[in-house]
Design a binder for this molecule. Structure first.
Ligand SMILES: [Zn+2]
Length: 214
């Protein structure tokens, strides 16, 4: 899931209007922002299965970024740091929930590969990726609802706030579709480098949000 996560981040602005969209994006995507770096460092592992069209990536070892327990821990850390900096309890809570939302949304689409906790833990996943069309409908719906919330909560201060947001939306949709159509990278190392592009959305989130008002 990609667009669905960003949709959750956009929608969260309604509940934490003081938090920047960049922070909300970083929170909802924290697991996937960290994961490629952990692949590069050899802390987490993925198997490539070019023979398997529906599940070309076998996520057999990613307990620090993608276990339920660790997403709760990351959520608590995120919320606490946010509170330390901004002293805003409500926004801190929303930011923390955003971090945990990643695991819950991944649970819908993944095969049963999401561990409850690091170590020898049961793994969960409802496997919606078995139905790619239904998955796309759900992802795009989540994204559209989140965008609607964001548009209702904020308005552009200037041209950058207006066109920047649409640039961000188009880039997210185009890169999401490109990701679905592009061939499998050659190695997990290649994935680790390629997936770093997501940081662009965090940076753009801060930039767009600065040019809009609640
Ligand atoms: Zn994920």
């Amino acid at each position: 899931m990609v667009l669905g996560h960003f949709g959750f981040g956009l929608g969260a602005k309604k509940f934490a209007p003081k938090a920047s969209l960049g922070t909300l994006f970083m929170a909802v995507q924290w697991a996937d922002l960290l994961w490629p770096t952990f692949l590069l460092l050899g802390i987490e592992h993925v198997n490539l299965r070019p023979d398997n069209k529906k599940f070309p990536l076998e996520f057999w070892d990613y307990p620090i970024t993608h276990s339920l327990l660790m997403s709760l821990v990351w959520g608590a850390i995120f919320g606490f740091i946010y509170w330390l900096i901004k002293k805003d309890k409500r926004s801190a809570l929303v930011v923390g929930i955003c971090v945990v939302s990643h695991w819950v949304l991944d649970l819908i689409v993944h095969q049963p590969d999401l561990p409850l906790f690091p170590g020898n833990a049961p793994k969960l996943g409802l496997g919606l990726w078995n139905w790619p069309v239904l998955t796309a409908v759900i992802e795009f719906s989540l994204f559209a609802i989140g965008l609607l919330y964001y548009l209702r909560t904020t308005r552009a201060k200037n041209a950058r706030g207006k066109w920047g947001l649409w640039m961000l939306v188009i880039l997210l949709v185009v890169l999401h579709i490109a990701g679905l159509l592009s061939p499998l990278p050659a190695s997990s190392h290649a994935i680790g480098w390629a997936a770093q592009y997501q940081w662009i959305f965090v940076i753009m989130g801060y930039w767009v949000d600065r040019n809009r008002i609640v």
